[in-house]
Structures are given as C-alpha cells and as structure tokens.
Design a protein around this ligand. Structure first.
Ligand code: SF4
Length: 111
C-alpha cells in the first residue's frame, strides 16, 4: 500500500472517529435532559453537599468551594458549560443543574 493511500485511510478513520464521538456526546446530552432531576435530599447527594445553586453553598460547611465552580464546568458534568442541566457521572440516571455544585467538583479541562 502506498503512503498516499495509507494517509488517506488514516485521515478517513480519524474523521469518522471524531464524528462518532460528537454524535455520542449529543446523544448523551439529549438523554441527560430527559432524566429526572437529582433530589438534593438524596442520601448521596446530601453527603456530597449537592446544591442546585452553587452561589448558595454554605462555605463554612464546604470550605473547598470557590466562586466560579459549578456543575457546568465540572469534569463529571455531561453537557456544555452553559447547559441549564445535564448528566453527572456520579449520579447515573439523574440530571443535575448546570448552576449546581457538590464537594466532588473538579475543573473540566478547557472549561
Ligand atoms: S460531581 Fe460535578 S457535575 Fe456532578 S454534582 Fe458534583 S459538581 Fe455537579
């Protein structure tokens, strides 16, 4: 096989892979929007200090919170930073508010 054909095959596979990843991401976001909202009184949610509005975090009880942190820019959030709600890898089958927060928050790369 010539270098030109190998390069063309590689590029084709790379483009198909990128399209597939994007399609999965869109499907995951649509799925997240259809999921029931996480109840802040759920035992795990409560233990992690999940709150629907990060601006109302009790900073005495959760001193790790820093202004600007919210679900939308958390690495566990399934969605765009500006989405009103999305999935969370910690709470399968539930949606969380983009403006929410919990003590497991970690910066999403590039967000
Ligand atoms: S892990 Fe991240 S996305 Fe999930 S509830 Fe906590 S802060 Fe929000």
């Amino acid at each position: 096989m010539s270098d030109k054909i190998q390069r063309r095959s590689f590029l084709k596979a790379a483009v198909l892979g990128a399209v597939s990843v994007q399609a999965i991401s869109v499907a995951q976001r649509a799925e997240a929007a259809a999921m029931p909202a996480l109840d802040p009184n759920d035992a795990t949610a409560k233990a992690l200090g999940y709150i629907v509005d990060a601006k109302k975090v009790d900073t005495k009880a959760r001193p790790m919170y820093k202004p600007g942190q919210h679900c939308g820019n958390c690495v566990q959030f399934v969605g765009k930073a500006t989405d009103a709600e999305g999935g969370c890898n910690l709470f399968a089958g539930k949606s969380v508010k983009g403006a929410g927060w919990c003590s497991v928050w970690a910066q999403k790369p590039g967000a």
